[in-house]
Design a protein around this ligand. Sequence first.
Ligand SMILES: C[S@@+](CC[C@H](N)C(=O)[O-])C[C@H]1O[C@@H](n2cnc3c(N)ncnc32)[C@H](O)[C@@H]1O
Length: 340
Amino acid sequence: MKVSASKNQVRRIGSKKHNTFVANGIDKHKPTALVPPSFLKSFSNELEKKIEIQHNIIEKLLVKAIGKPFYSDKGFILYRGDTIELLEKLSKYDLHIDLFLTSPPYNIGKEYERPMSVDDYIKWCHKWMSYIYKLTHDNGAFWLNVGYLEVPEKGLCVPIPYLLWDKTEFYLLQEIIWKYGAGVSTKLRLSPRNEKWLFYVKNQKKYTFNLDEIRDPNVKYPNQKKNGKFRCNPLGKNPSDIWEFPKVTTGSKRSSKERTGHPAQFPLGVVERIVKASSNQAELVFDPFAGSASAGIAAYGLGRLFIGFEIREDYCQMAVDRFEAFQKERRLSQSQLELF
Ligand SMILES: C[S@@+](CC[C@H](N)C(=O)[O-])C[C@H]1O[C@@H](n2cnc3c(N)ncnc32)[C@H](O)[C@@H]1O
């Protein structure tokens, strides 16, 4: 699949210092801000209208299929309930999701998990992944974030992709390593500092992949030329399959404003990259294990529509409070811009 920068796009890369500056602005945001600046941009009237129309159609279908949502506002719909029960009902309806993106429980004894044997865990994952497959648009994608679990008598930190990668009808395009700096320290083995994203598509020949939207402008030799032409794409390089994003920090002094009370929150920078790469504006993004709705914040901030399922009421409320605080920040930022 060839993706080239359109001619009228501004050259985003420059000096190394400039590149680092721009790259930081793209993937990260100030710890004092709730969201990255890219989520605060206003949309055209046409897109606003499109989202509103889509929202009304989708909400009507969802209410018919699975009842009243926990929360619904233009472009953001959240249900409280068990994902398998809800997905099963929904899969009987004509709904086509452009992007599923999620991180399920890893079966490692977290407060939001129901303990299962490894075999049962694999069967359980297989079940919800099969509903996801049914509900995915023909050109859609499924991004699955997983870590490690213990397989008794066999291994302590067994990568969950080894157990799950082919337990779905999706086509596995590739695995992405998400690397982060801080985490638990161990003495008898190496400290874990990565998780994986499995990037699946439904149709290996035709799928959305907006490389130019996620190019990394942090290029080492931006001005290198060949036959008088710049070697590097003017928007930057392909960000590769190793991504470095810090985990959302916690603790009284180093906690970022992005942090909610949820114990396993996605950093918004990671979900921003996935939403931009694998969906277009006004399309549907779905997280069946929504937690604090990080995927929903990214989807909404980037002009997509979000549907989320979450089993715990306290997390649903956390997600709604977060979403409303974000909406407030968005409105404030836009009204400030209108002053100039
Ligand atoms: C790893 S966390 C997801 C966190 C999320 N990515 C975020 O950024 O906040 C998994 C979530 O799945 C929820 N969950 C667990 N079992 C569930 C089920 N059967 N149906 C729906 N949600 C479930 C948990 O309560 C938890 O919030």
